[in-house]
Unconditional design. Structure first.
Length: 233
C-alpha cells in the first residue's frame, strides 16, 4: 500500500511538471501569435477596411508563423483535455485548405508522437486508466493499430487515452507513426477546409465539412459495437 501511494505521488508530480512546462510553452506561443496577428485583428474589426485587404493581410504570414502554429497544435495535442479544433480551424483561415491541412496534420502527428514518447519513458498516468472503456475497446481489437487509428480519428475519444493505449500495447513511436498519421488526417483536413470556407463565406463547403465530421463521429459506433462483442464472449 505504501509503495502504491509513493508511485501515485510520483506520477502526480511528473504530471504536474509536464503539464506546467506544456502550459508555459502554450502561453508563450499564444503571445507570439498575438503579436504576429495584432494588426490583422485591428483591420478585421475596422468597418472602413475592405474585405480584400483583410484577407490579403491574414494570408500574408509566412513560414515562421506557420511553425508557431505547428508547435502550438503539437503542444495542445500532447496536453490532456486541451482541444485543438479551434486552432486548426483558424489555421485554415490563415493559410487556406492545402497549407493549413499540412500544418494541422504535422502538428497533430508530432504532438501525439511526443506524448507517446513521454508515456513510454516517464510515469505520467496510473494503471487505473487501463480500465477505461476506450482503452479496453482498442486494446481488445484483433488489430489494435486499426483501433488506434479510429481513436485518433474520432474527436470525442480523449487523445491521451489513445496514446496511453499505444504504450500499453508496447508500440514504439515508429510503429504507431502510420496509425497516428491516418487517424489525424481526416479531421485535420476538415478543420482546414472549414476555416477556409468560413473566411470565403462558402457555406456549401461548410455543409460538406460538417457532414464529414458527422460521419467520423458515427465511427464511435464501431468501437462501441466491438466492445460489446468482446464483453459477450
Amino acid at each position: 500500500m505504501v509503495a502504491l501511494e509513493k508511485e501515485l505521488e510520483k506520477i502526480k508530480q511528473n504530471k504536474a511538471i509536464a503539464i506546467g512546462i506544456g502550459v508555459a510553452l502554450l502561453v508563450l506561443l499564444l503571445l507570439l501569435l498575438y503579436f504576429a496577428y495584432h494588426r490583422d485583428l485591428q483591420l478585421w474589426f475596422n468597418p472602413e477596411v475592405s474585405e480584400e485587404l483583410v484577407l490579403k493581410q491574414i494570408r500574408s504570414h509566412g513560414v515562421a508563423v506557420a511553425l508557431l502554429f505547428f508547435c502550438l497544435i503539437g503542444i495542445m495535442c500532447a496536453i490532456p483535455g486541451v482541444p485543438t479544433s479551434v486552432v486548426c480551424v483558424f489555421v485554415g483561415v490563415c493559410y487556406g485548405p492545402v497549407v493549413g491541412s499540412l500544418i494541422n496534420i504535422g502538428g497533430n502527428l508530432m504532438g501525439n508522437l511526443v506524448a507517446i514518447a513521454l508515456f513510454r519513458r516517464i510515469k505520467l498516468i496510473d494503471k487505473r486508466h487501463g480500465k477505461n472503456e476506450w482503452v479496453k475497446a482498442i486494446s481488445r481489437m484483433k488489430h489494435p493499430k486499426v483501433g488506434l487509428t479510429l481513436g485518433y480519428m474520432i474527436p470525442v475519444v480523449p487523445t491521451f487515452l489513445v496514446n496511453y493505449t499505444a504504450t500499453l500495447k508496447g508500440y514504439t513511436e515508429r510503429e504507431v507513426l502510420l496509425p497516428v498519421l491516418l487517424g489525424v488526417l481526416p479531421t485535420s483536413v476538415f478543420y482546414a477546409l472549414g476555416g477556409d470556407a468560413l473566411l470565403s463565406g462558402n457555406f456549401r463547403r461548410l455543409l460538406l465539412v460538417a457532414a464529414g465530421l458527422v460521419v467520423i463521429l458515427l465511427s464511435v459506433g464501431l468501437l462501441k459495437r466491438h466492445e460489446k462483442r468482446e464483453k459477450a464472449k
